[in-house]
Design a binder for this molecule. Structure first.
Ligand SMILES: Cc1cc2nc3c(=O)[nH]c(=O)nc-3n(C[C@H](O)[C@H](O)[C@H](O)COP(=O)(O)OP(=O)(O)OC[C@H]3O[C@@H](n4cnc5c(N)ncnc54)[C@H](O)[C@@H]3O)c2cc1C
Length: 456
């Protein structure tokens, strides 16, 4: 049996295999295993109330909040970091993959905002170019201003902790921010945490990773380097801190692309960690920064590059965490057949980007000829945790199998899902009704009226 600790140890063996000490530090073996549960109770003030509460301010959550507000709902968006954008900003991912036109008015507004700042590459259809780069620093500004313009109330530095459930419905979510534990009461909730944290807390079924061992698509550390003159260049990594890499073969998958004058963006793969486990994610962050320094050291020392570290993403990039088990589980077969659904609310076009979960090289689950998919639809039912009455999910925690998610997780598609969840939640709040009483084809109609192209 693979216990959580064994899984973690195996994760760290991956790290040890490339010559590193345990990313959790030398005290790890001395920590006693948690073997008891405790009951934790306290009174907290219900400080916030709204029609639609969106938890998680990544591209899916922002799109959901913008759409619900556009429908006239009173919306609160909860985000644990200082800025919204999630992977797109804090994680340093600087390109929209897939089709950037026809995603709906929420995404259109984001694109227009970036264009106004001159912070996005010119439009080309997906058939000509698979991604569109943008300035992640400016995106953080654009998102917050768009949200505020629509009257969305933002709670930053607010970590979602738990839910209260009454008669099968979430009544409040418990948050903890600088003012301590507080409750947020809402008629409808949208889980856009990426890790399906509300669905999990409310007791809905979730899964993660590949079926045989739960291994998720690898994370990646994103950072930028600055090209300096040879005179300015100096070896930035002192001897004895990290393991020197000797040949190109020792490098993890390293992607490099231009990032403005004199700068390049770098992405390195950090596999075999679990984004849904606190200890494992801690280890991944430490490992990510260690590998980043090793890669930098390699280029400075072995390839004589005049590069210095410019900026490292504040959080490692997470491709996959927990996935909801919904009223419908979108499958890779649905994508391959370009399946259409009556209750379609989003459309994907991106290829199956399934990086091999247990390897840090440029390897994929599928051979190149099997990665392409035709345009496909995502049904509204994939946003509904099985049996939920007032909870929808959006973004990379949707109900899908691992390979289907490897395409649907791109930001264009996450935004479409977010917009649909926001529209649906606002409808339910307005009509004071539950998901089961909603006409899903009516949600589809509204999504299309808001400019989403669902054609397959
Ligand atoms: C390395 C890497 C490269 C990628 N490259 C591309 C690319 O080039 N183009 C592309 O389109 N896509 C790319 N993707 C995929 C894409 O970035 C993500 O799948 C997408 O951004 C997910 O959006 P999301 O809103 O679902 O989740 P996230 O962006 O993860 O957002 C979730 C948000 O919820 C917040 N949150 C989580 N838990 C809590 C809590 N308890 N309380 C409060 N807030 C919480 C988080 O802080 C975060 O802001 C890449 C992903 C990675 C990791």
């Amino acid at each position: 049996m693979t216990t959580r600790r064994n899984f973690l140890r195996k994760s760290m063996m991956g790290a040890a295999g490339i010559g590193l000490a345990s990313p959790l530090g030398s005290g790890e073996e001395g920590i006693p295993a948690a073997s008891v549960d405790i009951v934790w109770q306290r009174h907290v003030p219900v400080r916030y109330a709204c029609d639609v509460a969106v938890i998680g301010g990544g591209i899916a959550g922002v799109s959901a909040a913008m759409a619900a507000a556009r429908s006239g709902a009173k919306v609160i968006l909860v985000e644990r970091f200082a800025i919204t954008g999630g992977n797109a900003t804090v994680g340093g991912v600087g390109a929209f993959c897939g089709e950037t036109a026809g995603q709906g008015e929420a995404f259109d507004a984001i694109i227009k905002g970036l264009e106004a700042f001159g912070a996005i590459a010119p439009y080309k259809p997906y058939t000509e170019k698979e991604s569109r780069t943008f300035d992640a620093e400016i995106l953080a500004i654009v998102l917050q201003e768009l949200l505020l313009k629509r009257g969305v109330r933002l709670l930053l530095h607010a970590q979602f902790v738990d839910v209260c459930v009454k008669e099968g419905k979430i009544s409040e979510s418990i948050l903890c921010g600088p003012s301590g534990p507080e409750a947020l009461r809402a008629a409808q909730f949208i889980d856009a945490t990426g890790e399906a944290q509300l669905a999990l807390a409310a007791g809905f079924e979730t899964v993660k990773g590949r079926p045989e061992d739960g291994l998720q698509l690898p994370m990646s550390m994103m950072f930028t380097i600055r090209q300096v003159t040879e005179e300015e260049a100096h070896a930035q990594v002192p001897e004895g801190w990290f393991t020197p890499l000797k040949t190109k073969n020792d490098l993890p998958m390293t992607s490099l692309w231009p990032n403005g004058p004199g700068s390049s963006a770098v992405k390195i793969k950090i596999p075999k960690f679990d984004a849904t486990d606190t200890e494992s994610l801690t280890a991944a962050e430490i490992q990510g920064r260690r590998r980043m320094m090793e890669v930098l050291d390699y280029y400075q020392r072995e390839e004589k590059k005049s590069w210095i570290l410019n900026h490292a993403a504040s959080r490692i990039g997470i491709r996959e965490g927990r996935r909801t088990v919904g009223e419908y589980v979108l499958s890779v077969a649905d994508l391959r057949s370009g399946r259409a659904f009556d209750d379609a609310i989003a459309r994907g076009v991106f290829y199956l980007d399934g990086h091999k979960p247990d390897d840090d090289k440029r390897t994929y689950i599928l051979p190149p000829e099997e990665r392409k998919v035709p345009p496909y639809q995502i049904p509204f039912r994939s946003l509904i945790p099985k049996g939920a009455k007032n909870l929808l999910v959006a973004g990379r925690c949707l109900s899908a199998d691992q390979l289907a998610l490897s395409s649907a997780r791109v930001m264009t598609t996450c935004s479409m899902m977010g917009q649909a969840a926001g529209i649906a939640a606002a409808k339910m709040a307005e009509r004071n009704t539950d998901i089961q009483n909603l006409d899903y084809t009516d949600v589809r109609k509204s999504v299309e009226e808001r400019g989403a192209n669902l054609s397959v």
